[in-house]
Design a binder for this molecule. Sequence first.
Ligand code: PLP
Length: 370
Amino acid sequence: MIYLDYAANTPVDKEVLDLYYDYSLKYFANPNSVHKLGLECNKIIEDSSKEILDLFNLDDFEVIYTSGATECNNMVVKGVSDRYKNLGKHIIVSNLEHNSVIASASYMQELGFEVDMLPVNSSGLVDFEELKKLIRDDTILVSITSVDSELGLRQPIEEIASFLKQYPNCKFHTDATQAIGKVDIDFKDVDFVTIAPHKIYGINGIGILLKKKEVSLKPIISGGRSTTVYRSGTPVLPLIAASAFALKKAITEREDRYKHVEELNKIIVSHLEKYEIIHINNTEKSLPFTINFSIKGFKAKDIAKKLEEKEIYISTKTSCCPPNSPSKLVYALTHDKNLADSSLRVSVSHLTTIDEVNEFLSSLDEIIGE
Ligand code: PLP
């Protein structure tokens, strides 16, 4: 089996899983219990949160644990809108956002908020001039992904955050799900950062929202006390500790992982470029982890199916999109429906070997040749 779908999910790191297993057996008390074991559990969670914030040098932030990036994104868009609706009812989201941001913004639109979509330019970067035109005094939230899930475009988050400082009523959220462990971003001027450990060899079922202490939001899940007042439910200590460890590994090993992936990317792209019928949808602003391309005259799902028969797994687009729909992100960049209809996403990792890449490419040659 050759797995080339790391943007959708990553296999759990064995050391991370071992930690999860050990902690599940050892630290099983409710971290909100006031007996000795409960207090010990609470301390582990506090230490994990501190470790996470230290990794990003964010000492004026706090950590909110959720069920995944989808919940973080819902929590920010809905919770910020609800909390700050007295200041305005205008939201801006980029058109490269994950469905969990777009759908949450649409939900707020149904409740009477105004939502503007921020386009990207031909390099795939959000259009700054357009942002300047769209932003108003009653804009309470701007949400721009750090790196999108299909084209891997790295947005200038630091620059946008610094520009948005002129608008004190406006909170800035970035979905960094596809960025963490791949690129170094300074989040100090961002208000909310979404992270998903299952994209960095952590365990599925947990999301991490970094929130600047001075900003607030209305919880979307209410109930009893947890690590913060923003998200109720018993904190899942083993998941939290395992996530802190996965993050530490992803960040400390980032540069070596990146170099390896860059090499793989070169092999794949130079091979694909030999075909006149292949259009690479990435731009020079894309990170090397995701190779997105369309093959003229071929349906993306037929290619993916034929590769699957050879036990090679790639995606036609982000895994949460409905099947048979065009890629919204490829369309947002290219404005070409044919490219958006036929796009394929190959996502590689430090675990991917050159042999795997070569086998994928020769299988693709065979399929196109047929
Ligand atoms: N945001 C981005 C950019 C993603 O790529 C994904 C998952 O593919 C999500 C959010 C949703 O993540 P989760 O599955 O943790 O809810």
